[in-house]
Design a protein around this ligand. Structure first.
Ligand code: ZN
Length: 214
C-alpha cells in the first residue's frame, strides 16, 4: 500500500538526515494520497528508515497498515492536511529554525525569498508535542503560508509533494540561518511592505532577452 509514497519518505528522510536538518529521530515526514497518509514511524532514526517501516493512516487517524507506531506528531500532520491543500508535510528540529522559534514571535522578512514561503513566517504558540493544542496552533500559523515555526520546538513546511515540502524546509532553515548570523553582525534591515510588493511585481514581469539578429 502506497509503495511509492513510502519509498519517497525514505529518500527524503535520508536526505534530511544527511543534510543535517534532522538529527536521529528529531523530525518526521508524511505524504498524502487521497484519504490515506504515509508517515514516518516514531522512534526510528531517519537515516535508517526502510519503506516497510512506514505506517499508513487514514485522514481521521486510524492505522490502516504497518507494524510500527506512526510518529507522535501525526495528529499535527493530519490537522494540516484537513485545512490546506498540502500533499506533503515535513517537520524538523533544524538548528537555526529552532533558534528563531525559541527567541522570536516571527521570522522578520530580511530576504525576499521569504515570499516563496508565503511571507513573514509565524511562530506557532507553544504546546506540548503531539497534542491537539499544538496541531491547532500550527494550523493557525500556517494560514496562507508554506512554512511555520513552532515555539521552542522546530519548524514545519508543506508542499504539493514531498520534494516541495522538503525544499521549503531547506529554504526555511537557510532564512533562519541568515537571520541569526546577520543578528550577530548588527541589526538586520527588515524589508518593507512596499519592497516586498515590488518583488512580487518583478516576479510577475520578468526581464526578457530577445534573440540577437546576426
Ligand atoms: Zn518535533
Amino acid at each position: 500500500m502506497l509503495a511509492e509514497q513510502r519509498r519517497l519518505l525514505c529518500e527524503y528522510g535520508h536526505r534530511a538526515a544527511t543534510t543535517g536538518l534532522v538529527v536521529g529521530t528529531a523530525g518526521n515526514l508524511s505524504v498524502r494520497a487521497g484519504d490515506l497518509v504515509a508517515v514516518t514511524p516514531g522512534g526510528v532514526a531517519l537515516d535508517r528508515l526502510e519503506p516497510e517501516a512506514c505506517p499508513v493512516v487514514d485522514i481521521e487517524g486510524h492505522l490502516v497498515e504497518g507494524d510500527l507506531r506512526p510518529s507522535s506528531e501525526t495528529p499535527m500532520h493530519l490537522a494540516v492536511y484537513t485545512t490546506t491543500g498540502a500533499g506533503a508535510v515535513v517537520h524538523t528540529h533544524s538548528v537555526f529554525g529552532t533558534v528563531v522559534a525559541t527567541t522570536m514571535n516571527e521570522l522578520p522578512p530580511i530576504h525576499y525569498n521569504v515570499l516563496l514561503l508565503g511571507g513573514t513566517v509565524r511562530v506557532a504558540e507553544y504546546a506540548t508535542y503531539g497534542t491537539p493544542e499544538l496541531a491547532a496552533s500550527v494550523r493557525a500559523a500556517l494560514k496562507d503560508r508554506r512554512a511555520a515555526l513552532m515555539a521552542n520546538h522546530g519548524g514545519v513546511t508543506i508542499g504539493d509533494d514531498l520534494d516541495g515540502a522538503f525544499e521549503a524546509t531547506r529554504l526555511l532553515e537557510w532564512l533562519c540561518e541568515v537571520y541569526v548570523r546577520a543578528r550577530s553582525v548588527g541589526e538586520p534591515r527588515v524589508l518593507t511592505e512596499e519592497q516586498l510588493a515590488a518583488v512580487v511585481r518583478r516576479a510577475l514581469d520578468p526581464p526578457t532577452f530577445p534573440r540577437r539578429e546576426d
